[in-house]
Design a protein around this ligand. Structure first.
Ligand code: BEZ
Length: 173
């Protein structure tokens, strides 16, 4: 069983896996449009974390992990619990950089969930990220680690990189 990560799972998969492969899903874009009241923010000041939106010509790059079949249910149950503030699972084809296409479990949060924040100007997203902090750490760390990993993979995500750039001057505060 494969699990595809495009958010924190890209840089911090805190589970065992049998294989790791970079790849992308087609038809989706990554956006900081989901509120985080429990990890990278608090209910009174939620952070912004990524979800997927439909984007027919788009590709969203991330990392796919092959889970050992005996461990998969336990790992997914743990991710379900951790991401209970709005995310649900679906299954999508992931095109691996090395050539194969695998069906993978993917978590996403839609605009009907109670923590949905939706679109905002990049500077406003960066301001909110800059201020937000929760039990898992600062929202800025979440954005910068994701951007750093995507840079290291050699892939482009204009939205992530725009928020990263907008955070730079704020960090001098
Ligand atoms: C991810 O890193 O892909 C992710 C995992 C759970 C919820 C949302 C995103």
């Amino acid at each position: 069983m494969w699990l595809f990560g495009y958010g924190s799972l890209v840089w911090r998969p805190n589970f065992n896996f049998e294989d790791r492969a970079e790849g992308f899903i087609r038809g989706y874009a990554r956006r900081f449009w989901q509120g985080s009241p429990d990890h990278r923010g608090v209910p009174e000041a939620p952070g912004r974390v990524v979800t997927l939106i439909s984007d027919p010509p788009g590709e969203c790059w991330g990392v796919a992990y092959r889970l050992e079949s005996r461990e998969a249910d336990r790992i997914l149950a743990a991710v379900d619990h951790r991401e209970r503030a709005g995310y649900v699972r679906t299954q999508l084809p992931v095109h691996l950089r090395r050539g194969e296409t695998e069906t993978a479990v993917v978590y996403f949060a839609d605009d009907q969930n109670p923590n949905w924040l939706g679109p905002a100007p990049v500077n406003q997203i960066a301001e909110q990220v800059h201020r937000a902090r929760g039990p898992s750490g600062s929202n800025t760390e979440y954005v910068l680690r994701l951007a750093e990993t995507l840079h290291a993979m050699g892939v482009t995500d204009e939205h992530v990189f725009a928020v990263e750039a907008a955070l730079n001057p704020l960090q001098a505060d």
